[in-house]
Design a protein around this ligand. Sequence first.
Ligand code: PRP
Ligand code: URA
Length: 207
Amino acid sequence: MKGVTVIAHPLVQHNLTRLRDKRTQPQEFRRLLGEIASLMVYEATRSFATRPTSVQTPLAPAHGFRIGRDVVLVPVLRAGLGMLDSILQLIPNARVGFIGLKREETTLRAQFYHKSLPKNLSRFEVILIDPMLATGGSAVAALDLLAEQGAKQVRLVNLVAAPEGIRRVRKSYPKLPIFTAAIDRRLNNKGYILPGLGDVGDRLFGT
Ligand code: PRP
Ligand code: URA
C-alpha cells in the first residue's frame, strides 16, 4: 500500500511473533514491545532532515550532522505508552505530548479523555505512536487533533495495522507516512485485528 512501510527486519518480525503469542505475559510483553519500538523508530526516522554542523574532536575539526527539527513524540494512551520509553532512549531530547483515547465497545467510536500537547506543533517533527491501527477511528481522531494544533510533519508508527484502518487513515490523510510491522488480515465483528495481538492495553498492563 502506498505510503505504508512494512518493517520486515528479522528482529522486528521475531519480536512481533513473540508479542502475538498468547502465552507471553505482561512483563515480557512490555520488554518486547519496547524493543520493537526502538527498531521501528530507527526506520521511521530514516528520512528526517539533518543539518550540517562541525565539532572539534580531540585531534581535529570534524564535519557532522544534527537532526534538523525538534521532535515531539505523541503516544496514544494507554497502549502507546508501551512504546514511548524506548523511543525516548533514542531521541532523548524529544518533547512528549499525550492523547488519551478510548474506543467505545459497541460503537467502536474513539472518545477523547486527555489532551496535552506542546504549543506550536508546526515547527516539530511529530511521531504519533499507537501499537494498533484497527478501524482507524483513534488514529484519525488523533491526527485531526494534531492538525488542529498546527502539526505539518507527522508520521504514524503502529505495530500492527488492519487494511480497514489504513484505508480510513488514507482517506483523510493521503500523504501521511505510516510505519508498521505487519498488515494483518482484517477486523473481526468486535473491531479486533485478526490475527493481531488481542487487546494490547490489557496485555501490557495485565488488566
Ligand atoms: C486501542 C489501541 C488504539 C485503538 C485502535 O486502544 O491502542 O488506540 O484501540 O482501534 P481503532 O483503530 O479501531 O480506533 P483502546 O481504545 O482499546 O484503549 P487502551 O489503549 O486504553 O486499551
Ligand atoms: N485495540 C487492540 O488493542 N487490539 C485490536 O485488535 C484492536 C484494537
